[in-house]
Design a protein around this ligand. Sequence first.
Ligand code: DC
Length: 229
Amino acid sequence: MTDHVPIITVDGPSGAGKGTICQLMANRLGFHYLDSGALYRLLVLAARRHTVDLRNVESLVVLAAHMDIYFNMNSEFESQVILEGEDISALIRGEDIGADASTIAAHIEVRAALLSRQRVFAKSPGLVADGRDMGTIVFPDADAKIFLTANPEIRAKRRHKQLMDKGKDVSLASLIEQVKERDERDMTRKSSPMVPAHDAVIIDSSHMSINGVLELGLDVAKKNGIHSQ
Ligand code: DC
């Protein structure tokens, strides 16, 4: 008999605040953190570096199964992503990689190849899993499920602020367009579309503080038997 590993899934569109909330929750609970979007982004970067065409699904599947990746939490509890020994955390955050990740994520074969690479994160003392299909496909038996959303304009504004803070001047109107395009692609794909699990608690973060969302998330976890240390 194996010990039960508690799992909290947090799904939802880009910019809803999943990454921040999941890392804070994992930190508070002392759990592992899975950034599943980073796996799709990593696959895009690995394909670019190995000159694999993003339309070549067969080669993407091989790369997905074999790419040499490693996730690490640094001392500030930020997730670091290592590809072939190099810290590429910042490199995979670009809008272009996000859009390509969303495109390759539509292939059922690519999703299947990444499935086992996501499930290995379910280790004691527990896992907070961040993505689009964590509660529906990857961890359907998760203890607590959250679907975190926010309206597209607010999500684009948050992203705009992040980019401006980094000295990158991008038009807000084009970001709103990109956010809507990515939502549309992620929600309408045939394979594992982004939808709330039937047993997920829906949280709209549009007008909430990070702390407010965190407390609500921990409350959902608690109601499902998962307690902060
Ligand atoms: O969460 P993110 O923005 O880093 O994800 C990038 C893209 O990867 C997203 O637009 C769709 C895809 N993705 C997915 O299909 N399933 C997941 N569980 C996570 C991400």
